[in-house]
Design a protein around this ligand. Structure first.
Ligand SMILES: Cc1cc2nc3c(=O)[nH]c(=O)nc-3n(C[C@H](O)[C@H](O)[C@H](O)COP(=O)(O)OP(=O)(O)OC[C@H]3O[C@@H](n4cnc5c(N)ncnc54)[C@H](O)[C@@H]3O)c2cc1C
Length: 233
């Protein structure tokens, strides 16, 4: 993977774990306190370093917040995520960054659409907030697909109360019987939610197959490459 340098990369800093919220499939949301402030743009990532293994993780908190937060999916036989999953509040690790060019660009588009699957929602927690503050007159749409956990549900609901221009479509692939949103994969609902490509820009984040399928569906709707920005992992 080629890591693009957006701005001057800061030295590596230590972060201390404040809290860990666990989800299905061992996925977890970790709030950490950096030893000093890290300047970054909403959507960027840092390299997390555990025992000499460095891997990229998107920052799920908003620039200016006191904590640096991460939403992490655990690969049981992976190099770094099982180690991260074992860490407890009070323990520390190193991060380096910020890196990446996946942030909300200035745009003449009238609607900005964010499409995520699973923990791919991590950078959108700050990018959607950023888009709402910077572009109060544009429509902002979040289309989010997940298996079990509607990550940050309360956060999205609060944001929607303040920003009436935010529309959220949630799609669950393993719904509980009380689930009232869409079922199935995000790609099954794109045609219904996005009627055409006019005056729209899209950001996609998720696993490579989801990003590829979503991009293909968008091209069928009429989107040009320059209207689509992606991050996959
Ligand atoms: C820009 C960016 C941002 C990211 N942000 C996040 C984020 O916010 N949250 C998040 O959870 N992840 C994120 N990722 C992914 C993250 O960096 C790690 O790649 C991921 O967590 C897996 O790390 P790991 O070391 O635990 O697993 P790895 O060791 O990389 O293994 C991952 C999977 O691949 C399999 N595998 C490994 N090697 C092989 C091989 N040779 N052949 C076949 N299979 C193999 C493993 O069995 C495992 O199932 C991001 C990635 C990028 C590029």
């Amino acid at each position: 993977m080629v890591i693009q340098k957006a701005e001057e990369v800061q030295n590596s800093i230590k972060v201390k774990i404040e809290s860990v919220e666990r989800f299905q499939e061992d996925n977890f949301f970790m709030k950490t306190k950096p030893e000093k402030k890290l300047s970054f743009k909403a959507g960027q990532f840092v390299m997390i370093n555990i025992d000499g293994v460095h891997k990229p993780f998107s920052i799920a908190s908003f620039p200016g917040e006191d904590t640096l937060d991460f939403l992490i999916s655990v690969h049981p036989d992976g190099e770094i995520t099982p180690k991260l999953a074992k860490l407890k509040p009070g323990e520390e690790f190193e991060v380096e960054g910020p890196y990446g060019m996946f942030f909300v660009k200035d745009t003449p588009a009238k609607e900005i659409i964010f499409i995520a699957a699973g923990t791919g929602i991590a950078p959108f927690r700050s990018m959607v907030t950023d888009a709402l503050f910077r572009f109060p007159d544009k429509k902002v749409t979040l289309i989010f697909g997940f298996r079990y956990d509607f990550y940050f549900k309360d956060f999205w609901k609060k944001l929607q109360k303040v920003h009436k221009n935010l529309r959220i479509c949630a799609c669950c692939t393993r719904p509980h019987r009380t689930w009232k949103g869409y079922t199935g994969r995000v790609t099954e609902h794109l045609g219904g939610e996005i009627k055409n490509a006019k005056d729209k820009e899209v950001y996609i984040c998720g696993p490579p197959p989801m990003v590829k399928d979503t991009r293909e569906h968008l091209k069928e709707i009429g989107f040009a490459d320059k209207q689509i920005r992606l991050e996959r992992w």
